[in-house]
Design a protein around this ligand. Structure first.
Ligand code: AMP
Length: 303
């Protein structure tokens, strides 16, 4: 079943201990939609400026991503500049230029109004709600966010959380949002605000998924080289939601499998700058790494 994503499309300038890139294609909706496209049909809602080249549009459509909901506005595409230290954990944001994102008001094409799975990627929370208002009766809704919005418009963000079934955020965001240092307590608080499932992404430490009274833990794949963590969170979300949309139902089994697929796709994303590794990824690569995760994490009950 198909999936809709609203989020940012960006030109990212990124510095990590392994090098530096400027004006690389990025953005939350970009990473998400490419990751999810390995599992299901993806329909994008986003804005770009006049400076956005056709070759990037072709890259999206080459992955079967529907661009009917992509708006091209007068002005420059959103730009983000970030830097990572030796630990390659949280990005330090050096610069955010909203540009066309500043006046963006998502208007969904009619063909999108019955899409059953909705992902509100990292974008201003009011825009996330604008999208929810325009979809008829979604089966599954989920959102992401980031420090920029937690600090800048917390009340609007809490309104988004009230309305979604699932939330996927990273551990720094979970702490900032909840005011709790301990992640179990942070999860309890965030779940009390609306979502029924919460995934807390922990970079190189994997992810924790809280659902019902249960917790599921998935590791990050033990890679020899992590080049650029940008987009890992969005790629995780794309693998996670893409798999759930493909399966068409949320059960304990599909949720846990989705969390593993999230970690699988994210593990490829970080192997190179921007989306360079993602463009070369194949369904076979994903399948093989899913099997490696199984071998990495299963063990027998002790007797
Ligand atoms: P992550 O998966 O958390 O590493 O997300 C990285 C992406 O988030 C980058 O490609 C950025 O372009 C995008 N991004 C950074 N700041 C913002 C923002 N304020 N709003 C929307 N997207 C952003």
């Amino acid at each position: 079943m198909s999936l809709l994503v609203v989020g940012s499309i960006a030109f990212d300038s990124i510095k990590t201990p392994f090098g530096e890139v400027r004006e690389e294609l990025g953005g939350s909706a970009t990473y998400f939609s490419v990751a999810a496209s390995f599992f299901t049909n993806v329909n994008l809602v986003a804005v770009v400026g006049e400076d956005f080249p056709k070759e990037h549009l072709d890259a999206f459509t080459g992955h079967g991503i529907n661009l009917d909901g992509l708006e091209r506005s007068l002005g420059k595409t959103f730009r983000w500049q970030g830097e990572y230290g030796n630990a390659l954990d949280d990005a330090k944001t050096l610069k955010t230029e909203l540009n066309v994102l500043e006046s963006f008001r998502p208007k969904l094409p009619r063909s999108y109004s019955n899409i059953p799975h909705i992902f509100l990627a990292n974008i201003e929370p009011g825009l996330q709600q604008d999208v929810l208002r325009q979809v008829a009766t979604p089966r599954l809704t989920a959102c992401d966010t980031m420090n920029f919005w937690i600090e800048g418009c917390r009340d609007r963000l809490l309104k988004t959380l009230e309305k979604v079934d699932m939330t996927l955020i990273n551990e720094g965001e979970a702490r900032l949002l909840s005011g709790e240092r301990n992640l179990v307590l942070a999860a309890k608080k965030i779940l009390s605000w609306g979502p029924k499932t919460l995934v807390i992404k922990r970079g190189g430490y994997g992810a924790l998924m809280f659902y019902g009274q249960k917790i599921f833990s998935v590791p990050a794949y033990p890679l020899e080289l992590v080049v650029d963590p940008t987009g890992a969170g969005d790629s995780f979300a794309g693998g996670f939601m893409g798999y759930l949309a493909k399966q068409g139902e949320v059960t304990e089994t599909t949720l846990r499998q989705a969390a593993v697929y999230g970690s699988v796709v994210a593990s490829f994303c970080v192997e190179d700058f921007g989306l360079r590794r993602m463009w070369k990824l194949t369904a076979g690569d994903i399948k093989d790494r899913y099997t490696s995760f199984y071998d990495l994490t299963t063990y027998e009950h002790a007797v």
